[in-house]
Design a protein around this ligand. Structure first.
Ligand SMILES: [Zn+2]
Length: 357
């Protein structure tokens, strides 16, 4: 009787199971599988050798071999599941977003925080100064009727002084002409109307906001710009009060060593009217190119409210008097920060904006 080809099956199976158990990676499994259960495995070789057995013996040996194959295949399947699971964990680990890394790279490459633009920041500073002086801050529409922008301010249609404002017209004529406001002054009219309607005079307000003129932008002009305007209506207000407010503001905003002065001028809605000048912010009064060696630069306009303006809103000019003043916020920012060209304010060059942050 010849020895059964399966005489060593127990040991051979144990060896195969040990081989499977030793695989550490999916690659090892894929490479080794063919030698363990595949065509080049000992199990397949034994299967072929069974052909030489007597039919009776072949049957029993076949079942034995089948049993061995099942156990090895089960071990391979289990190993495959383990290694695939481990590989998935490794892949997930590699994909994981490490917030610690994000934070440390942010420290290495600083990102910039946003900050208010120079015009907005200047507007806030101006508001703060005027609030500190007892003014309230008021707001008004940027689209106005001709009446608010011109007529109520003593500028009738076809009046030559309309040439002072190159106006953007939104709608012409019938029944009303609508414009983009050329100054913040229409807000004065709204405030006075509201105060008359609610019987709440006096008024001490400043009105900051955007205005529009058909100016070709240059170093000192923008088509959309910002003004701040002040309005006082009270009993017994004189020109001395106006001069005092201008000078107090000048010192509070530009510095205690700064002076202000008024020079006669013409505006339709004030009488008398003045332009106000302050000590040159560049040379502090010594004289330089910016101030044409005068030591002074013009900031804005002001004057006592024209009785015709008070009459237009129904305020009794015998009982009440007042003054108004206004100047450019952009111009203020330009002078305070010594910006050579005002267009830099709207060009959004981040290098420029960062300098002023
Ligand atoms: Zn100067």
């Amino acid at each position: 009787m010849t020895a059964s080809p399966l005489a060593q099956l127990q040991e051979q199976t144990t060896d195969l199971l040990a081989t499977v158990a030793a695989w550490q990676t999916l690659d090892e499994l894929l490479e080794g599988e063919v030698f363990v259960t595949g065509k080049r495995s000992i199990l397949s070789a034994l299967q072929k050798s069974l052909g030489s057995l007597e039919p009776e013996a072949r049957k029993g040996a076949g079942a034995q071999l089948q049993e061995a194959r099942r156990s090895v295949e089960a071990a391979v399947a289990q190993k495959r599941a383990e290694l695939e699971s481990a590989a998935r964990i490794v892949a997930l680990e590699a994909d994981r977003l490490d917030l610690g890394d994000v934070v440390s790279s942010a420290v290495r490459v600083p990102y910039s925080h946003g900050h208010p633009g120079i015009v907005a920041a200047t507007q806030r500073e101006l508001e703060d100064v005027f609030v500190g002086m007892g003014f309230r801050v008021a707001d008004g529409p940027e689209v106005e009727t001709d009446w608010y922008n011109f007529e109520a301010l003593n500028i009738p249609p076809a009046h030559p002084s309309r040439g002072m404002w190159d106006t953007f017209y939104v709608e012409l004529g019938d029944p009303e002409t609508v414009v983009l406001r050329t100054h913040t002054s229409p807000t004065q009219i709204h405030l006075m109307e509201a105060a008359v309607a609610s019987d709440s005079l006096p008024i001490h307000s400043v009105m900051p906001g955007r205005c529009y003129r058909r100016d070709t932008p240059d170093a000192r002009h923008l088509a959309a710009f910002h003004q701040i305007e002040g309005l006082v209506v009270d009993r017994g207000i004189t020109f001395a009060d106006l001069a005092g407010v201008i000078d107090t503001f000048t010192k509070a905003y530009f510095g205690a060593d700064m002076q202000s002065r008024l020079r006669p001028a013409f505006f339709p809605f004030t009488e008398p009217s003045a332009e106000f000048e302050i000590t040159c912010t560049i040379c502090r009064g010594e004289g330089c190119r910016t101030c044409s060696h005068t030591g002074w630069i013009e900031l804005g306009g002001c004057g006592m409210l024209d009785p015709a303006v008070l009459a237009a809103v129904g305020i009794d000019g015998d009982e009440w008097s007042g003054f108004a003043f206004g100047f450019g916020i952009d111009r203020c920012a330009q002078m305070r920060h010594q910006i050579a060209d005002m267009r830099a304010l709207i060009e959004n060059d981040v290098r420029f904006l960062r300098q002023l942050s």
